[in-house]
Design a protein. Structure first.
Length: 292
């Protein structure tokens, strides 16, 4: 298999790099969920958010359904917010609309289950996380992330809330793909990075450089059962390559991505591709099998 992009495993004894574009800037898609989850925990520590307070206080003219939904529910995909669908314009990522309008429509979309009733993966739920975050913080998530995460770690090829001119174009099976406008997909698609930068970010997040131990434990706690594993805040928790791991995949038109943290090895695996037909899970498993 030819990887269109880059895969990196980085650990204590050095890096393993494959692929043809290790320094290309890629859309990382839903891998960014754990990043905004970490930012939420920073805001909680700043005293501006409460994980278990109803989010209704941050919504203009909220429907009664939001009176029982908390940030904890949204972060764990247990709020009852539907995933993407082509039957509802607000839930259709291909259908462009202004960011504020999409949030307004999402806030008026009926929940598909009672809060806390079941796990149902929902990227629109993370758009609501982003909107609530910005109202609580008083700044955009992009501004917060650039100052408190990107600049702090010295990430020179990581971009939040802006598609860099150098971003590699997306493809499907080798042909140009129609990309979505992800700049306003706050918390669930508004990140671009090189594999090197993303490996550094994953290492810093899960290695305890960005969050205090108590907050990192909360981020990675097995909050809810998700199929054959658990889900924390923006990250899956279970086994990968037959060892304990934390991971998240990313999938948007034109791109596939995967990021894995292996705590026993203190190693990060990142796979970024600008072809949506790439099996990034297969590539990550191959890298995991490469022992230093």
């Amino acid at each position: 298999m030819r990887l269109r992009g880059a895969g990196i495993k980085t650990g204590k004894t050095g890096d393993t790099v494959i692929g043809d574009q290790p320094d290309g800037v890629f859309q990382i898609a839903s891998i960014g969920k754990q990043v905004i989850a970490g930012a939420v925990l920073m805001l909680v520590r700043d005293g501006k958010l409460d994980l278990h307070e109803p989010v209704a206080r941050f919504l203009p003219d909220p429907l009664p359904q939001w009176g029982k939904v908390t940030m904890h529910h949204l972060l764990t995909h247990t709020a009852g917010v539907p995933h993407w669908t082509f039957e509802n314009r607000a839930l259709n990522p291909i259908s462009w609309m202004p960011h504020r309008e999409r949030l307004y429509q999402l806030e008026r979309t009926p929940l598909s289950a009672a809060p806390g009733e079941r796990w149902h993966y929902s990227s629109p739920g993370y758009l609501l996380v982003g909107g609530i975050f910005e109202r609580a913080a008083g700044v955009t998530y992009a501004e917060f992330a650039r100052e408190r995460i990107v600049a702090r770690l010295g990430l020179t090829q990581t971009f939040v809330g802006q598609r860099p001119a150098a971003a590699v174009p997306g493809h499907r099976d080798g042909e140009p793909a129609t990309e979505i406008d992800a700049v306003d997909m706050t918390g669930t698609g508004d990140h671009w990075a090189t594999a090197r930068d993303l490996a550094r970010l994953i290492t810093a997040l899960h290695g305890g450089e960005l969050l205090p131990e108590a907050d990192l434990s909360l981020l990675r706690a097995p909050h809810v059962q998700a199929k054959d594993h658990h889900y924390g805040y923006g990250v899956h928790r279970g086994r990968f390559a037959d060892e304990p791991a934390f991971w998240h995949h990313g999938d948007v038109p034109g791109y596939q991505s995967m990021a894995v943290w292996l705590p026993e090895r203190q190693a990060a695996i990142v796979v970024l591709s600008n072809d949506e037909t790439t099996d990034t899970n297969e590539v990550a498993l191959s890298l995991a099998g490469t022992r230093d």
